[in-house]
Design a protein. Sequence first.
Length: 270
Amino acid sequence: MLNIIRAIRIVIGSIIVIAMGLTILIGMASCSKENTVTPAPATQPPVMSAKKISQISYSYDGSTSENESMTYDVQDRLSTYTEDDHTSSFAYTSATKLEVTRRKKSDNSIDRIYDCTMNSQGAITEMLFKENNVINYNYQFEYNSDGYLTKIKGINPGYIYEEYFEIVDGNVASSKLYYDGVQSANRQYFHDNTKPNKTFFCTWTYWPSATLFGKPSKYHLKEFKDFNISNTLTWHSKYMIETDAQGYPVKITTDFILQGTKGITNYSFQ
């Protein structure tokens, strides 16, 4: 359920991606069950808003809320990210290297390490998933000259996933999804230009960060559609964003149109 939450949080942010090849379930598309270039100073501050998200809670169709929390270092970079069953710690070892250690909350044992390479803007260009010192997944990311994510490539022992994003005026307008070089989906994204994005929501994100996966989108997402290669609508979701007086999102209601269900995401800030 927790990974479903991450999927929907990413969807709300702007775009969700099929990460590990599971069938579409909760979120705008399939997600992982979990599923260059000049160095810049390690102290380069991220492009964060004045308020930072400290907690996220999500409930799907009336279920018990699942929760996430995050802390930041003195440079406003993501420092810890806690889910219901794991805590991840972020170590920025140089201007271009990041190591994230994920531990089980049940016994504090390490069950995964993410070995990340970053570009000069602090965006991840490669992310290696390591378990027991074995790389079992590899993400590669490309960005345009404005810093927006334009391509994701996921290399898995069983398949290769690729998604290409079209960015228009600071927002993703559409994307094309491929498995092993064969196109499987066309996606459409619609944004609310009355609600500027003041958070980490960007083209795609694995952790709630305003820099690690490229420049945040200009506006909040209000609708998403996914069509298979036969142009049949396979996923349709709409998002109602409630903001505080300063324009920060405090609640997002997701309508899963084809399923007839809803998800509620609440945000707290520090």
